[in-house]
Design a protein around this ligand. Structure first.
Ligand code: PEP
Length: 254
C-alpha cells in the first residue's frame, strides 16, 4: 500500500482565539482532495486545542506541539501525553528544532518522548534536521541518522510515527531546500530505516519535509518520490495552506 500524503500545519506560538477561528473557518470551507489522498493535521498552541478540535471539519485532525516525556505529575508548566489522550487529541509533534535548539532537548530525551507518547496511544510527528553549519561541514546524514537512531532505539512499532525532515536553515527563513536536496535526505533516511529498523518500516513510514514550504514551491517538492508530505509553519497560518494540501495531487501516490 502506498504512503498516504500527509500535511501538517504547525501554528507554533501564534494566534488569538479570533485568529484561530478565522483559520479554522478558511480550512473548513476549503475544497481539498479526499481523506484517501491526503491526511491533514493542524497543530495549534495547547490552549487552543479544544477550541480547534471542536470547530474543525471531521476529515482534518489536530496535534499538540509537544508533550511531557513521562507520566504527568510534579512538572510545572508541562502537558502530559495522558492529558492529550484525555482531550481526544490524536497527534503530537515531538523534537521540533525550536525545542531541540532553544530548550536543549537532546536526542535521547526526544527518543524517550516519542516512545512515551506512542505508549499512551498518541500518533507522533517526530522532527529531525541539521543546522546550516552541520550541512556545510558535510555532516547532514550523520546528524539526522543520530537523531533517528535515538528514536529507533526506543520504538518498536512505527505504524503511528511520521518523520519530519526539517533542515534548521530552512525553517522560517524563506530559504527552502531544493527538491533535490529534500529528496536526497529523504532517500537516505529511508535507506537508514531499511538497514537499521527493517525494509517494511522503511517502505511504509512517511517522511515529510518542513522548512519554508509555501503555495508556490510545494508542488515540485511533492513530486519527489520520497517526499510524503509536509510540515508547514508560517504558511499554515495563511490561506495558501489549502494550496499546500492540494499538492497531494501532484505526489506520485495520488
Ligand atoms: C516548522 O516550524 O515546522 C516549519 C517548517 O516552519 P516554516 O514553514 O515557517 O519554515
Amino acid at each position: 500500500m502506498g504512503r498516504k500524503f500527509f500535511v501538517g500545519g504547525n501554528w507554533k506560538c501564534n494566534g488569538t482565539s479570533d485568529e484561530v477561528k478565522k483559520i479554522v473557518s478558511t480550512l473548513n470551507a476549503a475544497e481539498v482532495p479526499s481523506e484517501e489522498v491526503v491526511e491533514v493535521v493542524v497543530s495549534p498552541p495547547f490552549v487552543f486545542l479544544p477550541l480547534v478540535k471542536g470547530l474543525l471539519r471531521a476529515d482534518f485532525s489536530v496535534a499538540a506541539q509537544n508533550c511531557w516525556v513521562r507520566k504527568g505529575g510534579a512538572f510545572t508548566g508541562e502537558i502530559s501525553a495522558e492529558m492529550l489522550v484525555n482531550l481526544g487529541i490524536p497527534w503530537v509533534i515531538v523534537g521540533h528544532s525550536e525545542r531541540r535548539l532553544i530548550l536543549n532537548e537532546a536526542n535521547e530525551f526526544v527518543g524517550d518522548k516519542v516512545a512515551y507518547a506512542l505508549s499512551q496511544g498518541l500518533k507522533v510527528i517526530a522532527c529531525v534536521g541539521e543546522t546550516l553549519e552541520q550541512r556545510e561541514s558535510g555532516s547532514t546524514m550523520e546528524v539526522v541518522a543520530a537523531q533517528t537512531k535515538a528514536i529507533a532505539e526506543k520504538v518498536s512499532n512505527w505504524d503511528h510515527v511520521v518523520i519530519a525532515y526539517e533542515p534548521v536553515w530552512a525553517i522560517g527563513t524563506g530559504k527552502v531546500a531544493t527538491p533535490a536536496q529534500a529528496q536526497e535526505v529523504h532517500f537516505e533516511l529511508r535507506k537508514w530505516l531499511a538497514a537499521n529498523v527493517n525494509p517494511a518500516v522503511a517502505e511504509s513510514t512517511r517522511i515529510i519535509y518542513g522548512g519554508s514550504v509555501n503555495g508556490a514551491n510545494c508542488k515540485e517538492l511533492a513530486s519527489q518520490p520520497d517526499v510524503d508530505g509536509f510540515l508547514v509553519g508560517g504558511a499554515s497560518l495563511k490561506p495558501e495552506f489549502v494550496d499546500i494540501i492540494k499538492s497531494a495531487e501532484t505526489n506520485k501516490a495520488a
